[in-house]
Write a protein that binds this ligand. Structure first.
Ligand SMILES: Nc1nc2c(ncn2[C@@H]2O[C@H](COP(=O)(O)OP(=O)(O)OP(=O)(O)O)[C@@H](O)[C@H]2O)c(=O)[nH]1
Ligand SMILES: [Mg+2]
Length: 344
C-alpha cells in the first residue's frame, strides 16, 4: 500500500520523505511524485539473530510517496489530486514554522479534499440519475438504484461534516464507494512540521482527533541531524539540549495507521519480517511470501517471538507444546513466527 505524504506546497513533504526513507527526492520528479521504501525497524531482530545467526536479515518496508504539494489558491490542483488518490493512507504534512498557522492549514487542506470528494460524488450521482431514467433490465436498474442510494448517503454525510471513515457502512455500500478512491475513506495521520527551535510541541495536540493521530517533528532539523556522523550528532544534540524524534516509532505508527502489520519467518538462512494487512490469515501470510505457498498450503507452524526468546530454542518451545499447528483461517498476530507447510 502506498502511504502518501500530502499537504500544501512547501509544508515539508519532501524533507520528511528524505528523512524517513533516506532517499533524496529528485527535484525533476517533484510534479509527478516519487516513491521509496522505509524499512520497518524492529527490536526483536536482535535477540532472534543471536539465536539463529542468520546469513541474511531482511526488514519488511512500507512504501512512502512524496506527492506534489497542493496550491492554496487551488490552481492546477485537479491533476495533483489524481496522484494523491492513489495512496491508500494519507499523511497530512502541515507547516508550523515561519509563522504558519498549522490549525488553519490543516482545516483548509482537509476541506479541499472533502470538496474534491463531493465533486466526484455529485458528478457520479448525476450520471446515475440519467441512467435511472432509461428503460433498463431489472437487475441493472436495481444496481443503479443501490449505487444512487449509497452515494447520496455518503454525500449527505460529507456535507454535514462526517467523513466516510467514521461512518458505519455495510460491505455492500463500501463496494460501491471503493471504486472512487475517496480521500475521506482513507486512514490518516497528521505530521506537524515544527520549527527547529520549537520549544512547546505539545501546543499542537489540538490537531489530533481520536481517529487521526498527530506527531510533531522538526523535519528540517531531523534531516540535517540524520546526515551527520553519529559522533557529530551526539555532540550537537548534547550541546543544543535537543530531544531527537523517534524515527523508528514514527515508521511503526505509519505501519499501523495504514492498516498493515508484519510477521516473522526465522531460520539459519534468513530472519525476516513480512508486510501484511492487519487481520490477515495464515493463508494471506503464505501468499505474501509466495503464491506457491498459498496454493499448496497445508498448515502453518506458529510460535511467538516472546516464547522463543524466553525459552531460548525452538526445541524448548516444542517441548513446552508452544509450537502450534494452525489452519488456513488462523488470524496472524504481530509476534508470530510462521513456518508454512505446503505441497507442490
Ligand atoms: N524552518 C524550517 N523550514 C523547513 C522545514 N522543513 C522544510 N522547510 C523548508 O521549507 C521549504 C519546503 O520544503 P519541502 O520539504 O521541499 O516542502 P514540500 O512540501 O516538499 O514542498 P512542495 O513539494 O513544493 O509541495 C524548503 O525551503 C525547506 O528548507 C522545517 O522543519 N523547518
Ligand atoms: Mg516536495
Amino acid at each position: 500500500m502506498k502511504i502518501g505524504l500530502v499537504g500544501y506546497q512547501g509544508s515539508g513533504k519532501s524533507t520528511l520523505f528524505h528523512w524517513l526513507t533516506g532517499v533524496a527526492p529528485d527535484p525533476a520528479a517533484a510534479h509527478t511524485g516519487q516513491s521509496a521504501m522505509a524499512p520497518i525497524p524492529d527490536a526483536r531482530f536482535e535477540p532472534l539473530c543471536q539465536l539463529y545467526h542468520p546469513k541474511k536479515i531482511t526488514h519488511a518496508a512500507i512504501e512512502l510517496v512524496d506527492t506534489p504539494g497542493l496550491s492554496r489558491t487551488h490552481e492546477g490542483n485537479a491533476a495533483r489530486m489524481g496522484m494523491l488518490r492513489e495512496a491508500g493512507c494519507l499523511v497530512f504534512v502541515v507547516a508550523a514554522f515561519s509563522n504558519a498557522d498549522p490549525m488553519a492549514e490543516l482545516r483548509a487542506f482537509d476541506e479541499d479534499l472533502m470538496l474534491a470528494d463531493m465533486e466526484i460524488l455529485t458528478n457520479r450521482i448525476e450520471r446515475v440519475e440519467e441512467q435511472l431514467k432509461k428503460p433498463l433490465p431489472r437487475t441493472e436498474h436495481q444496481q443503479f438504484e443501490h449505487e444512487h442510494a449509497t452515494l447520496k448517503l455518503v454525500l449527505t454525510s460529507l456535507e454535514s461534516g462526517h467523513p466516510l471513515r467514521e461512518s458505519q457502512m455495510t460491505e455492500d455500500q463500501r463496494k460501491v464507494t471503493r471504486a472512487f478512491r475517496l480521500f475521506t475513506e482513507k486512514p490518516r495521520l497528521v505530521v506537524v512540521n515544527t520549527a527547529d527551535d520549537e520549544s512547546k510541541p505539545e501546543r499542537f495536540a489540538a490537531l489530533s482527533t481520536p481517529e487521526t493521530p498527530m506527531v510533531a517533528v522538526p523535519a528540517g532539523l531531523e534531516l540535517e541531524l540524520a546526515k551527520m556522523s553519529a559522533e557529530d550528532r551526539a555532540a550537537f544534540v548534547a550541546e543544543m539540549g535537543l530531544v531527537l524524534t523517534d524515527r523508528d516509532q514514527l515508521i511503526r505508527t505509519l505501519l499501523t495507521t495504514s492498516g498493515q502489520t508484519t510477521f516473522f519467518t526465522a531460520g539459519e538462512p534468513e530472519v525476516r519480517t513480512w508486510l501484511m494487512p492487519q487481520g490477515g490469515t495464515a493463508l494471506d501470510a503464505a501468499g505474501c511470501i509466495h503464491t506457491d505457498l498459498a496454493r499448496g498450503f497445508i498448515r502453518a507452524e506458529v510460535m511467538t517471538v516472546g516464547d522463543l526468546i524466553r525459552l531460548g530454542s525452538e526445541r524448548e518451545v516444542k517441548a513446552q507444546h508452544l509450537l502450534r499447528q494452525e489452519p488456513k483461517d488462523y488470524m496472524v498476530q504481530d509476534d508470530d513466527i510462521l513456518l508454512i507447510r505446503f505441497s507442490v
